[in-house]
Design a protein around this ligand. Sequence first.
Ligand code: GTP
Ligand code: MG
Length: 341
Amino acid sequence: MRIGIVGYQASGKSTLFQWLTRVAPDPASIHQGQSAICHVPDDRIEALAEIYQPKKITRAGIELVDTPGLARSHEGSAAKLVLIRESDCLVIVVAAFGGADPRSDLESFKDDLLIADLDIIGRRLERLAEQVKKPRPNRDDLLAEQAALQQLQDSLEQHGHIDDVKLTADQEKQLKAFQLFSQKPRFFLINTDDEVTDMAPLEALAPQGAPCRAVPLQLQLELENLSDQERREFCQEMGVQAADRAGLIRELMDASGQMLFFTAGPKEVRSWMIRKGTTAVEAAGNIHTDLAKGFIRAEVMRVEDLVRLGSERAVKAEGLMRQEPRDYIIQDGDVVLIRHN
Ligand SMILES: Nc1nc2c(ncn2[C@@H]2O[C@H](COP(=O)(O)OP(=O)(O)OP(=O)(O)O)[C@@H](O)[C@H]2O)c(=O)[nH]1
Ligand SMILES: [Mg+2]
């Protein structure tokens, strides 16, 4: 799962990248986008490790990609936007420090994404208009694609989003190749001045219903480098707070439509990230293709039951271990054992 960090120049994208991944931004690799894995912190995995005392603990990770900032003049934007087409989700970093105008930047960046999509759709529609004039074997497919793109274009031009457009599964598949920004989930991150503590008015700048957090990013990076005690003293003295890094990572995962399930045993306790709505057999395939091929059933416990009762045996004794078939939808916090042959 890949999240693209995007925004205007000097909005704090690389600062966010470094804070979350703990990898220093490398100016030499920014042109092609610098990526690093950020592990998803979750107290539940520590609790499972207490129970199983495994040899190994493995945490699910999100790939974060730091990208070069767009210029407000739009110069060179197209080439930079290509770098984020492959992301599953966008984090849009908006500057609200040093006298920046976050409201205007946020609106105008949304427009940049919109224009980039309309450009792609418009060019494809022009080609399709030519192609469907003549009889050809795949003409029906082309007509279906044309109808879908026309719907998207109308909705984007009228409303600026495609939330209300209904597409068939086939049309969805046809449109995947365009990697439209309008179809990607978005998370807004407002980068504030160090001393700002009332985040609500800034977080209200995001479009209604869109996930948004306001964080003084520069300050967070500086706090990371202090010892726990230094950090406490510094925060008290300056009247500032360390932001909830772990919580933000989980919110990013959630906004991307992903969640965690667990596998647990004496060899390894592990968290896995999957798309919400994934079935047991698909989840098994994530772990190993053989597990999906030979799938018999999934044995599922809730992590909170396991942690509360202290052992698998106790969970079974309470009748809380479920046998689930291949089309069972995995829930966040399930502890899963795949039975297979
Ligand atoms: N005062 C203040 N400065 C900040 C803050 N966040 C970032 N900066 C500064 O703004 C500059 C740009 O930060 P970066 O994280 O490199 O921004 P960027 O979005 O990666 O910039 P480009 O990659 O050039 O597009 C740096 O000098 C940071 O120190 C902040 O919250 N407050
Ligand atoms: Mg940068």
